[in-house]
Structure formats: C-alpha cells, structure tokens
Design a protein around this ligand. Structure first.
Ligand SMILES: [Zn+2]
Length: 462
C-alpha cells in the first residue's frame, strides 16, 4: 500500500542530486585529509570551521556565522606507564583529553569492565590505588551505556589516584576520549592502553598478587577558543519557528575522526545544500549547526544552548547527526518523545523509506544540552541501538577509507526529506518541556543511577 506523497517532486530532485554527485564525499575528504583531526586547539579546527561556513554561503544559506566559545583547552603531552614492582617494565599509553599533568605511584586495582555497582561496593579497596577498567559499554549486561567518563568519575569519587582505560577491541591500540567534568579538567591522571596491554596488566596482577605502577602525564591546560558554525534557511511564513540539524566537526587528536563525527558533519552539509537548492523557501526556518569541541564535553552545543536560551522554545526538533553518515541500520532515535513516534512512523510510510523509530536517551552527544533544556530532540542512529562499543571510533584507525559514499548519501537523503516535512508540518506535536517534565523523563531506573552519579560529581566539583 502506498500513501500519497505531497513532496514527491522535491524529494526526487533532492535525492536525485545527492545520488548523482560526489559533493558529500568530496567534503569529507577535505575535512579529513586537509584539516586532520580538527581537535580543539589545532589549526585544522579553525580551517574546518571556516570551510563549513564558506560552503554554507556557497550553497545559499543566510546569516552564516561563527559563534566563538571560550573553554579550557588541552594539549597532549607524552605519557608513560611503568610497572615498578615486583618487576620493571614500560607499557605504551596515551593520556585522555582533560587529564591533568601529574606523576603518580600506587598499586593497581582491577575494576573489570567498570560496572557502577562495583565502584560503590569496592570503594574502600579503590582509595589510594590506580584503577584499571575497560571500554566495554555494558558491564554486567547494563542496558545503559556506561561511559568512560562515568567510570573515571566513579574512580575519583572512590579516591583513586589515577585511571587506566583499556580498549576491549584487539588490534586497535588505545582508545581516547575526554575525561573531567563540565568543561573542567580531571582531578587525577587518566591514560589509555591497548586491549593487549590491559590484558597483560591483569595477568601480572593476578600472578603477583600486587603490582605497583608509576604513571606520568605531561599534558597542558590553557585558555582556548573554539567555534560553533551556524547557518539558516529562513522560513517564509513562520520564520521564528525553527527546525534544527547538527553535528560536531571536531575529532580526536589521534585520528582523522572520519566516521565520528565527520561522516555526520558532511551529511548535515549535504542536507543543507539540497534543501537550499530545491526546497527553499520553506515555511519555517531550518537551521544548521556545526558544533566545536564536542569531544571534550559537548562544550560547543552547551554554550549554544546557554547563549540562545530565549530561542529554544521555538525549536520544533533538534536532529543530531553525530557520526550519522557511518550508521548501519539507520533509523531515528527520539529522546523519549512518545507523541512523535507515530509522526515519524507515518513519514517513513509516506516517504516509501523504511526506517525504524526508537526511543532512548544517552547523554554523550550534542542533543543532550537541548534535551536537558526541554527541546524536542532525536538523532539519526542505529535502531535498534547497539551496546557493542565504538569499534575503531576514538582510535587512530577512524580514517576516511572507513566511510562509504553510499552511506553518506543515504543519511543525507533521509535527513533532507525529514527536515522538509517537519518544516512544512502545520500540526507539529512536540513542544518544549518544562524542567519538571525533563526530570520526569529521566526518572527511570537506569537514568536514576546516572543522575545520582551526576549529583555526586556536582558536589566533587563545587
Ligand atoms: Zn561524535
């Protein structure tokens, strides 16, 4: 059965254009091969911001501008990890962004995959020790993604003196990722090792009963500025009503960040290109956002949500597209907006484009500041969700060759067609939530555990 598609002519032009050109991959190639990681504080970061702004201007977007964001910058220094007792050996490692510079000597404690309950149960053993844990995201079959930074935070709260994050994927080396809290640096050094070296440490701890380590980090913290890049397709009838799509553009300094985030960045840009070319003018404003410094704590999007607080009630939906050009089983994940479930399911039928619609919320991308402010949010993500982990994401192997043109095209076409419809919808069903309703949306067993942890972190960082 087919449902009439009132947007068929525009759909055909946009999708036809996307599928008969390579602009989206050309843009990805420039971001990755010319500008490198685009990590906060690198020259490539600003080059990427200027490039994204220039592309939006070329595509015909209006009011294209950079919004500066002041933040605590971090520059990687050399890091060392040595076993000093009962034998001597050096283990390769890297520091985690927002780790302070420090030298620590202490005994090692193996915290397995870092289940939250274990940190509480073993707090007395952890105090004064160096915690070793892994990048497994669902320890003890958790249905919530237990993030590296939560494991780091729980280590600090239990009195650990340092934190070692071991990859759980073989042959990918160490995985990086930010630590610290709300833009502030961590209070204990955090480093990362390969799966193989993590396994070695666990074997030696088991064989010798005790292992004393020395960790030295030499990273620098400094005042820095990043940029969010914003551009609009102004609405013709209701310009104050806004549909928004975005992705961060910064990757981690050890990689090209091709999948995460750049596959999403260029998919947003391609969406802007075809909407400007074939769907403009739209009745409502469509705003495109490229966020800076997501990788060290969502700092760009948090700054935007603060600076634009008075506009947030005008946002019908913020569609997050972090790494969305690399998603398998591409669908729409709504951040607990039940009223929108039938809306997206109906769009899937009308578009003759099968995709799943899910409902879940995790705190670790740029939808989160919008979600917490009550804005309707969702993202292009794998549905059903995977709790396998990041694969080569956040390792030096997240490179251009991993991303396919086919996947970029599929993501851009889906986003363009959805934004077209949301901008035209005269009976949109979602409105900004009050703070009470945001809290109620998070009042589930899994989120309660996360919120309780956040409250303890707030105290620690007072
Ligand atoms: Zn990302």
């Amino acid at each position: 059965m087919s449902t009439p598609n009132p947007f068929l002519a525009t759909d055909q032009k946009m999708v036809g254009d996307i599928y008969t050109g390579t602009e989206v991959m050309d843009n990805l190639t420039i971001l990755c091969d010319d500008f490198g990681s685009r990590f906060g504080g690198t020259p490539g970061e600003k080059q990427a911001a200027d490039f994204l702004a220039q592309k939006m201007r070329n595509y015909g977007l209006r009011d294209v501008h950079l919004e500066p964001v002041a933040y605590l910058g971090w520059r990687r220094g050399a890091a060392t990890l040595e076993i000093i007792h009962p034998f001597q050996k050096s283990i390769p490692c890297i520091s985690l962004p927002h780790s302070p510079a420090a030298t620590v000597e202490a005994k090692l404690i193996n915290m397995g995959d870092g289940a939250p309950a274990d940190f509480d149960a073993r707090a007395a053993d952890i105090a004064g020790k160096i915690v070793l844990t892994s990048s497994v995201v669902s320890p003890n079959n958790s249905t919530r993604w237990i993030h590296r930074n939560e494991k780091y935070g729980r280590s600090m709260l239990a009195g650990a003196t340092a934190f070692i994050f071991a990859n759980h994927y073989p042959a990918y080396g160490p995985a990086t990722g930010g630590i610290g809290y709300k833009g502030r640096a961590g209070k204990i050094p955090g480093i990362s090792v390969s799966k193989e070296d993590g396994d070695f440490l666990r074997r030696m701890l088991k064989r010798h009963g005790e292992l004393t380590l020395r960790i030295t980090t030499t990273d620098e913290l400094f005042p820095a500025t990043s940029w969010n890049v914003i551009g609009d397709l102004p609405g013709s009838d209701h310009p104050a009503e806004i549909v928004m799509a975005g992705s961060h553009y910064d990757g981690h300094d050890i990689a090209q960040g091709a999948e995460d985030p750049a596959s999403g960045t260029v998919s947003v840009l391609e969406t802007a290109r075809v909407l400007a070319k074939y769907a403009h003018p739209l009745p409502r404003t469509v705003r495109f956002a490229f966020w800076g410094i997501e990788e060290i704590g969502l700092l760009g999007s948090k700054a935007y949500a603060r600076a634009h607080a008075d506009e947030l009630s005008a946002i019908r939906l913020y569609l997050n597209m972090d790494a969305a050009g690399a998603v398998q089983n591409r669908g729409i994940n709504l951040n607990m907006w039940d009223d929108l479930q039938p809306v997206f399911e109906a769009m899937s039928v009308e578009m003759a484009e099968p995709f799943n619609v899910g409902q879940s919320m995790m705190a670790h991308s740029d939808h989160y500041p919008f979600f917490m402010a009550g804005v309707p949010t969702g993202g292009i993500e794998a549905i059903p969700r995977s709790l396998g982990g990041r694969g080569y994401g956040h390792t030096k192997f997240d490179t251009l060759d991993k991303v396919s043109l086919e996947n970029l095209r599929g993501t851009a076409a889906l986003a363009a067609r959805l934004l077209l419809r949301i901008a035209h919808d005269d009976h949109w069903r979602a409105q900004k939530r009050s703070p009470e309703r945001v809290r109620a949306a998070l009042d589930t067993p899994e989120h309660r555990e996360a919120m309780a942890h956040t409250a303890r972190m707030d105290e620690l960082y007072q």
